[in-house]
Design a protein around this ligand. Sequence first.
Ligand SMILES: NC(=O)NCCC[C@H](N)C(=O)O
Length: 479
Amino acid sequence: MTPAKLDISVNSEIGTLRAVMIHSPDSGIGRVAPSKAQDWLFEDIIHLDTVRADEYDHYVKLLLYFLDPAKIKGKLNNPVDTLTDKREFYKPGKPGYFNSDKVVEVEKLLADILEITEIRKKLCAAICAIEECSYALQLELSATPAGLLSRILISGSMPDGEMLFPPIPNLIFTRDIGITINNFILLSKPAKKARGREALLSRYIFYNHPLFSASTHKILEFPHEVKYFLRPGDGQEEKATLEGGDVMVISPEHVLIGCSERTSPSGANEAIRLLFEHDVVKKVTVIRIPHKRDYMHIDTLFTQVNRHTWVVLGSVCATPDKIKRQPQDYLSEKKVKDHVQIFQFTKGKDRPKKFKSIESLLTSISEKDLGSTGKTNFIYSGNNEFPYDEREQWTDSCNLLALREGIVLGYDRNDRTIQSFKTNGFSVVHVKDLITQLENEEIKVGELKDTLILMPSGELSRARGGFHCMSLPLIRDSI
Ligand SMILES: NC(=O)NCCC[C@H](N)C(=O)O
């Protein structure tokens, strides 16, 4: 078992990250067929070896340097290079696995709980029901050793490559499976079928893994009495859905929820009800964004960099007088419907407060919630120049993960956004150079200030998510 239990606690987007849940690209990603890519929410197929060894593994190394340095320091070349499988360091269950309780891997947590016979049987039955497998396969899976079974349930394939059911290639986006809000865990209710198995696996992990034993009574789940299935039609509109990328814990008292392609109005409603009833926060701001593939969650449109700096897509987030518009933008019905709407709900008050733009909301958060005294600063995707703003937002220029205040990870391909960071006084360093410097003790993690760390992105960005999406923070220091 992964040792110890965690006292989970996240009350900001930027406090120093102490524990995070991730999932390294598994073999299922290497089996996404072009004909299924869009159904499985990828825009393209991804080269597995490249996405792992040349891209994601650097993310794991960097997280370990920041969160659990003893697990990585001095181990980059040795003993990793002496192992027959060079990627053993990254593979749960292998002798060389890094096995950290600060950078925790879904596959490892799942393997841990699958050691318990009752859970193994229940999960195999549940997955076989969803995936319409035979009873014989259900029995075979139930008798499979935990580590191997964990890989099968995630990748959908047997070790010899036989595909049993679809992969869940979006599990790398752990942000979306649940949200740590103070010391509560809000479970997601995915809108897309392709993400359904992720929700099931994560529900079992949160309820059953000893790592979360201190929080079992603080798991918030949508109740089943939301009877969308009694409503006419296929009920999709009415269904209460919520994905983690639409939830941002901005301060101990304040949560943002996106109402998006993925999070429905009734989903936002349920989340607010749960958060207020359980006294988790006092304020929830709902941001209704256009329902578009490119803007699937609010974290595709903006993320926080430090107390007073945000990276945003100008064409959606800027205050109205700053947004460049054509006459038709005022006239076309679709555009009007596509306007962002923002409602802030406060516990105990009937009527919400309205904000006119995402920028004005973020300014209010920086100043009122986080006590920032200087000017609130916006770094724009693609330097706010069409078409680079949209191109770079598509490749997640606005989807950054803060390791602590001012230290953020983003893709190396978003040139104009990177230039904007520089213009705004940020240092920019490539992850490979930074890791070498850290390993050679030329720099210490604590010495970095206002830095954008560039991550290789040729393959990863095809999965339509950045490092905010690829992280589920479990513990952050309070700011
Ligand atoms: N929080 C996020 O924005 N997550 C990105 C999820 C990408 C994934 N391919 C999806 O469409 O669900």
